[in-house]
Write a protein of this length. Structure first.
Length: 422
């Protein structure tokens, strides 16, 4: 574990070294804890650093920030602080013990020792600490986390862990799928008992959504989401979230405009009715972008018969799905039972391209100012002509900017304006 600092870069290394100097100089009980130690033991890169202090973490954070010419953001009431240095943020927490007054409630906390602090953690693989005050620090592992890492298991620290904090259910599945581990048998049994007991009902939608957001930030979100579906976790959050078929069909495609993490939210919405969609949005207290994806997915699913209509042109597809979230279109294109709908939505997404304002259709080349410069009178007709140009481009009747200009010139010289077919 002595090579930990070598695995940390930038501002985080400077903060780690400053804390190490203070710990050695003052024999201060400062500990590197949790995830970074887990990742070192697994041979994975360290993403974040977290420290526990037996004492006043906010005061220590202020001293370190002053030394490094950074900033300390402190929360004296909770005994926590964040040191901000250049492009990084590092958390310091006062060692504490926790008591849960009732299932699903936020804990009541009081100052404690490092052993108290490790005992309150979610899983054994995160209950690790490295004392910075020792010249040759040895891993502090009272919960047997290193052995569980070697065995490849996720193990909770006590039988009421999930009842105390039901968000640990989603966290357990995230770690299980990210690391390729398995749930310890006792942990799985305790999780299933907590789910059957309705523990998730006691958790706010905001807290649940934040855990889902962390799953969406994983490299393969569908793994943890599918596992949560199979174990009935999502159905316990809302009864309509019980069909994982769409998740299994979703294929990550980073080149597609709709292939963002919200595509997995769209996949969850593929089996929802409009009423259920509204219920899921409310249960998870979804912010605007999430709610839009859910609602648009349900709307696009209802459009499938129209999207499968014989003879439908690309411009017709555009008019049907105009303004819908790309993630919704992507999820439906990947999960629909109609190859024709999949093709049409896929082709439509292929015509989207990123711009400074977001995603926009890759047609036409001319804009309103170009039409005015060509002699089109100012007024509503400019917008109408742009729509007709867009349709002609989408349907392949016009293929270049030169043809667009010729089409506009034809309109200007032709009494009555352009025909419906251009």
């Amino acid at each position: 574990m002595t090579a930990t600092a070598a695995n940390v870069g930038g501002g985080r290394r400077a903060i780690l070294r400053a804390l190490r100097r203070r710990a050695l100089a003052d024999a201060a009980p400062i500990y590197l804890v949790g995830g970074p130690l887990r990742d070192v033991l697994l041979g994975e890169p360290i993403k974040d650093l977290d420290f526990v202090v037996e004492g006043d973490a906010p005061a220590l954070a202020r001293r370190v920030a002053q030394e490094l010419k950074g900033e300390a953001v402190t929360y004296q009431r909770f005994g926590t602080a964040t040191v901000v240095l250049r492009d990084c943020r590092v958390d310091l927490v006062t060692a504490r013990r926790e008591v849960y007054p009732r299932p699903g409630a936020l804990p009541e906390v009081s100052p404690g020792t490092i052993l108290d602090d490790l005992a309150r953690r979610d899983f054994s693989i995160n209950a690790l600490a490295l004392p910075l005050a020792h010249r040759r620090p040895a891993l502090l592992d009272p919960q047997g986390g290193a052995a569980d890492l070697a065995r490849g298991v996720i193990r909770s620290l006590h039988s009421r862990s999930f009842a105390d904090d039901p968000t640990r259910i989603l966290r357990a599945l995230r770690y299980e799928q990210r690391l390729g581990f398995r749930l310890d048998e006792g942990t799985l049994s305790a999780m299933q008992a907590a789910i059957r007991g309705g523990c998730l009902d006691a958790v706010s939608g905001d807290r649940l959504r934040r855990e889902l957001q962390r799953i969406l930030e994983e490299r393969r979100p569908e793994r943890a989401l599918t596992r949560a579906m199979e174990l009935g976790v999502l159905a316990a959050i809302h009864p309509a979230l019980k069909d994982g078929t769409a998740l299994k069909k979703l294929v990550w495609d980073g080149a597609n405009p709709g292939a963002t993490s919200l595509a997995y939210v769209a996949a969850l919405a593929c089996s929802l009715s409009p009423g259920d969609a509204g219920g899921v949005v409310r249960r998870l207290m979804m912010p605007g972008p999430w709610a839009r994806v859910v609602q648009d997915t349900v709307a696009v699913k209802e459009l499938e018969p129209s999207l499968a209509r014989p003879g439908l042109t690309p411009s017709g597809v555009y008019r049907l799905v105009e303004g819908r979230a790309p993630e919704a279109l992507y999820a439906v294109s990947r999960t629909t039972a109609s190859p024709l709908v999949a093709q049409r939505l896929g082709d439509h997404l292929g015509r989207l391209r990123p711009s400074a304002e977001g995603l926009r259709l890759a047609v036409p080349s001319l804009n309103g100012n170009d039409l005015l410069a060509l002699g089109v009178p100012a007024g509503p007709r400019v917008g109408q002509l742009l729509q007709e140009l867009r349709d002609a481009r989408l349907d392949g009747r016009i293929t270049s900017e030169a043809e667009e200009r010729a089409w506009v010139q034809g309109f200007l010289t032709w009494d009555g304006g352009p025909s419906e077919n251009g």
